[in-house]
Design a binder for this molecule. Structure first.
Ligand code: DQA
Length: 149
């Protein structure tokens, strides 16, 4: 099976250093390791990437159309601003999960709206690093059901 793309947006390279009270002390490398370990138990391959640039994330979602079986995306602040990522996810036409470490609904009002949510299969937020694990489990369920169907 093609890999699942796990895409990370702006400022997530600073995970572990950045606002640890909100985002925890795990680094992005730790998140990647947790994703790879969990994906291995599910029999999934993971292609894990991070960019601070909206256009690069758009390009990776376009690549996913051909190269990936599904997408887990933590778009960081672009979640709340980016019509381009919404359109790219629609165009990718793949099972996709929007992921957040924090519970964005408990936070500032500007984080309550997501441009991505209407373009993805589902949204998981508020479970820290486990949000990524839950997203991979969800993608695995969808992909297994699609294979059977
Ligand atoms: C985030 C939540 C966003 O609102 C914020 O801009 C981030 C991280 C999260 O994982 O909780 O950069 O996506």
């Amino acid at each position: 099976m093609k890999p699942v793309f796990v895409l990370n947006g702006p400022n997530l390279n600073l995970l572990g250093l950045r606002e640890p009270a909100v985002y925890g002390t795990a680094t992005l490398k730790d998140v990647e390791r947790r994703c790879r370990d969990h994906a291995a138990t599910l029999g999934l391959d993971v292609d894990f990437r991070q960019s601070n640039h909206e256009g690069e994330l758009v390009t990776w979602i376009h690549a996913a159309r051909e190269q990936a079986s599904g997408i887990a995306i933590n778009a960081g602040a672009y979640t709340h601003t980016s019509v381009a990522l919404h359109d790219a996810l629609k165009a990718a036409d793949l099972p996709a999960v929007e992921v957040h470490l924090s519970n964005v609904h408990k936070r500032e009002a500007f984080r309550h709206h997501s441009f991505l949510a209407p373009a993805v299969t589902g949204v998981i937020c508020g479970f820290g690093v486990e949000s990524y694990v839950l997203a991979l489990t969800a993608l695995h369920s969808i992909l297994s059901a699609n294979k059977k169907g």
